[in-house]
Design a binder for this molecule. Structure first.
Ligand code: GTQ
Length: 343
């Protein structure tokens, strides 16, 4: 602690700096700025206003064959009580969890027979793509939904949800959540229900607004003309599935290539069936059924189905377009910015 005189002296120095004490005027200026908790913007202008979107995350693929053995082992080693959710997070090699891209989180979740992933609710929004298994179900706010391979099931913000499984063998699905948002917005929290399961009744997946059966999605894709087709997952009234995350599925006939896209949105893709490759910013990534790969913002991407397949390739993806559009952050290369500005 200094004396009152010291404090008065220090305040007087801050309010009335004596310039020209240091040979380097710039260094003196920066020192002085730091003393009053400020920093010159001009030293960081290009970093804060970069010439192009600059995601930290990099394109990456998680091969199902490589991840699944560890996930199944977790089913033996980690009990349902130990793990509120038994998930292997898909962590981008350029960042730590929860970043799959800079805005999206993905994880592979496993439930074993007669287990309960206990009921909770949280601010984060989830959309799940069912990869494999029989007899799995998720209960969302009192509605129990049977899981079928290829279905997309939503867990809207703040809805109670628990997961379970009857029958034999593992149930595995891909979780997509907006968890990276909460690194910036400190608004995310969870509440646990008093019992492991929230009371629920069975519902018909074909009429539930939070289930998108694969059979219906495939029929829509197949009804479109052309070697490449894309369909959004939309609510009955045409809106995106949430204000944060959206989703779509694509069909690529054997040998077909999708249009090249470069957008500010990022995506997590999952290969529903077939095999092929994606060219992502000049890097070629080969994939097959079960694999999951990510495309960070502004990385140009284009998919190609392998030649000589007897069936089309189907891809699922979730993305952050609804959130970016709501905030006015969505841009796609080649589209005139002026038209977007007037929206
Ligand atoms: O199933 O509720 O992958 O709360 C991450 C957080 C799944 C879930 C995740 C979650 C869940």
């Amino acid at each position: 602690m200094g004396s009152l005189g010291d404090v008065t002296e220090r305040i007087s120095e801050l309010v009335n700096p004596k310039w020209g004490q240091k040979a380097d005027a710039n260094e003196e200026l920066v020192d002085s700025a730091l003393k009053v908790n400020t920093k010159p913007l001009w030293a960081q202008m290009a970093k804060l206003n970069p010439p192009a979107p600059n995601p930290k995350c990099v394109p990456f693929i998680w091969r199902y064959d490589e991840v699944k053995p560890t996930l199944l082992r977790a089913g033996e080693v980690v009990s349902e009580q130990q793990a509120e959710r038994r998930v292997l997070m898909l962590v981008n090699p350029a960042r730590d969890a929860p970043f799959t891209t800079d805005t999206l989180y993905a994880g592979l979740q496993l439930v074993m027979p007669n287990e309960t992933a206990r009921a909770h609710r949280h601010t984060a929004f989830a959309m799940r793509f069912i990869i494999e298994g029989q007899g799995g179900f998720t209960a969302v706010h009192g509605k129990r939904i049977g899981m079928q391979r290829g279905d997309v099931i939503l867990t809207p913000t703040w809805n109670w949800h628990d997961h379970g499984k009857d029958g034999s063998g593992p149930m595995i699905w891909l979780d997509g959540l907006d968890l990276p948002n909460f690194q910036h917005f400190p608004v995310h929290f969870v509440e646990h229900f008093a019992q492991p399961r929230y009371p629920a009744d069975d519902v018909d997946s074909t009429t539930s607004p939070i289930v998108f059966p694969w059979s219906a999605m495939q029929a829509k894709l197949d009804a479109q003309p052309g070697d490449w087709a894309s369909e959004d997952y939309l609510k009955a009234d045409g809106r995106e599935v949430s204000r944060i995350l959206g989703g779509s599925a694509e069909r690529l006939n054997p040998g077909a290539t999708s249009p090249a896209v470069r957008e500010t949105a990022s995506s997590v893709y999952h290969v529903v069936s077939g095999h092929g490759h994606s060219d992502i910013n000049g890097q070629r990534i080969a994939w097959k059924q079960g694999d999951t790969f990510c495309i960070p913002s502004w990385n140009q991407y284009q998919h190609t189905a392998a030649d000589g397949l007897s069936e089309p390739v189907y891809l699922y993806k979730f993305h952050d377009k609804p959130m970016l559009k709501a905030l006015g952050f969505y841009r796609v290369e080649g589209v005139d910015v002026e038209t977007l500005v007037s929206n």
